[in-house]
Design a protein around this ligand. Structure first.
Ligand SMILES: [Zn+2]
Length: 170
């Protein structure tokens, strides 16, 4: 199997909490009502900096992508992006920010829940949302491959890698 893709290990969210230190301007992007209280506490904790708080629907989609793109195109040195919500939305937003040139150090992901995982099919390159845990399997809706949800997150796809079960055998 020759899958060539830039990957990082699964983010250790706790370690990334300190990343936002040093930012002069902060954009907090929260996903869904469930993230509101947490986002409000974060906004308060960034006292003394220029903070803007944007609320997006719980699930990642075009509306959130548009809002984020506007922030990214206005980004300056010293800007920090804080993402608060379900892991799937946070990872999707991070992938967009990374694609736009944001550095890992500039992004603070606050994952509150992991209801669904976005899984990237290494077989057909389709991404889908699954409730499978790492190490479990999920069937790709595009190519019907039985995917093992792998313990790696693609920064560019904002998704867990899914490798076809028994792909080595034929
Ligand atoms: Zn597939």
């Amino acid at each position: 199997m020759s899958v060539c893709m830039e990957t990082t290990s699964v983010p250790r969210w706790d370690e990334e909490r300190t990343v936002a230190d040093g930012g002069r301007t902060v954009t907090v992007l929260s996903f869904g009502d469930a993230a509101t209280d947490h986002a409000r506490r974060l906004v308060t904790s960034f006292e003394g900096r220029r903070v803007s708080w944007l609320r997006a629907p719980a699930t990642w989609g075009d509306a959130a992508a548009e809002v984020l793109q506007r922030q990214l195109s206005a980004a300056r040195v010293g800007w920090r992006l804080v993402l608060v919500g379900d892991e799937a939305a946070v990872l999707a937003a991070r992938a967009v920010a990374v694609a736009a040139g944001a550095l890992d150090d500039e992004i603070l992901p606050e994952v509150l829940t992991t209801d669904t995982r976005t899984v990237y099919c290494a077989h057909c390159r389709h991404t889908h949302d699954a409730t499978a845990a790492i190490g479990q399997t999920s069937t790709c809706p595009a190519c019907s491959a039985e995917l093992v949800v792998y313990h790696h997150v693609s920064r560019h796809h904002g998704a867990y890698l899914g490798y076809q079960l028994d792909a080595e055998e034929s």
